[in-house]
Design a protein around this ligand. Structure first.
Ligand code: CUA
Length: 474
């Protein structure tokens, strides 16, 4: 048992082929009056050390770290991992009089810590001051260079991130606070990227192992001050971002009293837009510029998500009447965009898109008038309903098979059903299939995919119009 107490002193064997190492260490111990340490012998090589172990029975072996005449790995293999494990410490004596402990293999740290820290912390008065001063100046030089490089690389990366336009065009008032947040994030990302990459690159180049160097790097303990800084600084940054993030969120939810309400109904796999103010139903979302729109989102089946990237904001559409989600958008840029579904919702999820058209207010008014004036011809009306209620997202008029059967040549066709029976696709069957689509599903198509809600969303007149339209598709 090695103990730093004076009751039983630590018996030390010094191993080095350089007599000066032993002398130096002895005089250092004497100079510092290190209590409880007694040098009981010296050995110049592994064989001598092995012999000394038997005769002197030391508590601890100090091996000259810089001695190339003694093969360190072989020595450790022999004495640390051998039959009678010894406590070995690798020590380097610097010209300045410093003692550097490189390796405490096989020495329980707690046992010799007090003893070694006494040895390490006392540096002789002569020479060491200037040596550590030099070290510090050298360290400062590296930090200044790295600091300047980090600033330069941060600016370059930041400019590069700005110039590759990571975000689509900004087309809503809500996009402004969000883009400001993005801009700030890009700058922080540029800084963190530079901080890490510059430090790594600088170390790899400047502190690389040079020709003829065989030693290990110096042993470092932690730096409490640095650890406190790099814990508190990121924490403060995260809190700051949480704060400005909450501010931006509040800004995107600002309520305008003149907001126009639009109901957004998502289905597998189409969008429908209803304008209660005008009694319009549409498969495309037309919006007047610079007027806030309050979108009320629902779904007829699974969860979908309304997302126009140019508006930035996004909201889920959830099935069930009690789960109406709201989203406010003030379009600011006239143009054609697309709403995409941003929630994986089944087979055709990737194609669940609808046009979003931001118009001049006058153009929007004209569209409203066109939509509310109904054509006289039921076939024309039927074609319009089919488009507005997104029937055409699943049923083609040209023979292409989409999610549902094509309407081309459907009327009076002998249709084979999933149960093997056949039915004539007459008027009764068509109406029944719109109102209750699961009753008689045509073979090759999946039951349950068509929304079951058309009995409520369409009037009997509208259904008759659609059937009249299907009849014409020969
Ligand atoms: Cu709807 Cu994805």
């Amino acid at each position: 048992m090695i103990s730093p107490s004076t009751a039983h002193s630590v018996r030390v064997l010094i191993v080095s082929s350089h007599p000066l190492f032993g002398q130096g260490l002895r005089s250092l111990l004497k100079e510092r009056r290190t209590a409880g340490v007694e040098v009981i012998g010296m050995a110049a090589n592994t064989d001598e050390a092995a012999a000394a172990l038997k005769t002197l029975a030391p508590d601890l072996v100090i091996l000259d770290y810089d001695d190339e005449a003694v093969n360190r790995e072989e020595f450790l293999a022999h004495f640390v991992e051998g039959e009678t494990p010894m406590r070995v410490v690798l020590v380097s004596l610097k010209d300045s009089g410093q003692v550097v402990v490189y390796d405490r293999r096989a020495v329980a740290a707690s046992q010799v810590e007090a003893w070694l820290s006494g040895l390490e912390s006392h540096t002789p008065a002569t020479g060491s001051q200037s040596a550590s001063g030099n070290l510090r100046r050298d360290g400062m030089k590296h930090f200044v260079i790295v600091g300047v490089l980090v600033v330069i690389v941060t600016v370059l990366v930041s400019v590069a991130l700005d110039s590759i336009s990571l975000l689509p065009v900004q087309a809503s008032a809500q996009a402004v606070p969000i883009d400001n947040l993005f801009g700030l994030h890009f700058k922080v990302i540029a800084f963190l990227f530079s901080l890490i990459v510059v430090f790594i690159a600088y170390s790899v180049i400047v502190f690389r192992r040079r020709k003829g160097e065989t030693g290990d790097g110096a042993h470092f303990e932690g730096h409490t001050g640095l650890e406190i800084v790099w814990t508190i600084a990121p924490l403060a940054i995260v809190f700051y971002f949480a704060f400005i993030g909450a501010q931006a969120l509040a800004e995107t939810r600002e309520v305008k009293s003149d907001a126009m309400e639009v109901k957004v109904i998502a289905s597998q796999w189409s969008w429908r837009f209803e304008y209660p103010e005008y009694g319009i139903t549409s498969s495309e979302l037309r919006l007047p510029a610079n007027r806030q729109v309050l979108l009320k989102l629902t779904s007829t089946d699974v969860i979908h998500s309304f997302w126009v990237p140019e508006f930035r904001v996004k909201q889920d559409a959830i099935p069930g009447d009690t789960m109406v989600k709201e989203l406010r958008v003030t379009p600011t840029l006239i143009g054609d965009y697309k709403v995409r579904c941003a929630e994986l919702c089944g087979r055709q999820h990737a194609y669940m898109e609808s046009p979003v058209i931001v118009m001049e207010p006058a153009g929007f008014e004209a569209w409203v008038i066109r939509q509310t004036a109904l054509p006289k011809d039921p076939v024309e009306r039927g074609a319009r309903w089919a488009k507005q209620y997104a029937c055409t997202a699943c049923h083609s008029a040209d023979g292409t098979t989409l999610v549902g059967p094509t309407w081309k040549g459907l009327f009076e066709k002998q249709e084979t059903l999933t149960d093997g029976t056949t039915v004539t696709a007459d008027e009764t069957y068509l109406i029944e299939s719109i109102v209750n689509p699961n009753l008689k599903v045509a073979q090759g198509f999946t039951p349950g995919l068509m929304p079951q809600t058309f009995a409520e969303t369409l009037t009997p007149d509208q259904i008759n119009d659609i059937v009249a339209y299907i009849k014409t598709l020969k």
